[in-house]
Design a protein around this ligand. Sequence first.
Ligand SMILES: NC(=O)c1ccc[n+]([C@@H]2O[C@H](COP(=O)([O-])OP(=O)(O)OC[C@H]3O[C@@H](n4cnc5c(N)ncnc54)[C@H](OP(=O)(O)O)[C@@H]3O)[C@@H](O)[C@H]2O)c1
Length: 297
Amino acid sequence: MHILVTGGTGFIGTALVAELLKRDYRVSVLTRQEQAQRPGVDFIRRLEAIAAPVDGVINLAGASLAARRWNEHYKAEMVASRVGLTEGLVNWMRSQPAPPKVLLSGSAVGYYGASRELSFDESSPPGRGFSAELCQAWESATGVASGADTRVVSLRLGVVFDRGGGALNEMMRSFQLGVGSWMGDGAQWLSWVHRADVVRSILFLLDQETATGPYNLVAPLPVTHRDFCSILSARKRTLFNTGIPAPVMRLMMGEMADELLLTGQRVTPDRLLAAGFEFRFGSLDSALIDILSRTKA
Ligand SMILES: NC(=O)c1ccc[n+]([C@@H]2O[C@H](COP(=O)([O-])OP(=O)(O)OC[C@H]3O[C@@H](n4cnc5c(N)ncnc54)[C@H](OP(=O)(O)O)[C@@H]3O)[C@@H](O)[C@H]2O)c1
């Protein structure tokens, strides 16, 4: 089996590629950077450099939404690195004599927009705002590949937690100093998922030959930011817990604060559960116990 991964050098992609290699799959990773050679992996800079027919594509590339303040230039980069890159990828797939049989492509729970009251499953309608519309455009670009030759799955990712990167590193900063914190009033929802379960669910969807359409890659038990703080502070023993006021967040982060941090959505993995996927880390406490046990103080 030959799998092409975009974003294979990233937080999720690195862990995914390691598991693909354990299956003895041949892996090609599309990357912008020069990479050190790695047994079993072909790092390629252009799709045309792929040497052998590809059986499946996992599309995770995209400029980080949380890495820096948003301005018009960076917003254009976030769009181009997902929608533009996916359009090129899909065109390439369709031009192949034997197109890949499956495309699993990134998206996010931001697709649904933000709400404090509603709960979202895969049948919920799309929401509004920059990140919601970005996810919708990304999924539309992916959908073009769908047809008799190729099944397409949209991976609506929640906030992925593990050591060594991602949102948890940032969210734990104050806890390292003994102060628990949440953002704004802390009542916004956080649909989180352990990275190990993200990788396991991507492999599950790769194997399930009838899986098509959107799947929410989130743990079954979302929490509020305040819940997150109290569960983590029970494990990290904080001196006190406090909220960072919304105006301070807006001053520090700009528009991103309202799009990603001060709002959220309560999302459940209905289709994964219905398909028989079993989460290893169903509760936030179980995920944090695992992650903290592998993280230096
Ligand atoms: N982690 C999360 O909590 C989370 C939540 C929801 C959705 N997602 C989505 O899932 C995908 C993977 O997430 P991740 O956390 O693994 O991301 P990541 O660590 O930021 O990695 C993304 C990869 O995309 C490539 N990339 C970055 N900027 C790019 C650009 N301007 N043009 C083309 N490629 C670019 C990079 O690969 P090269 O440097 O090798 O080119 C990078 O390794 C992302 O698209 C992200 O939006 C992640």
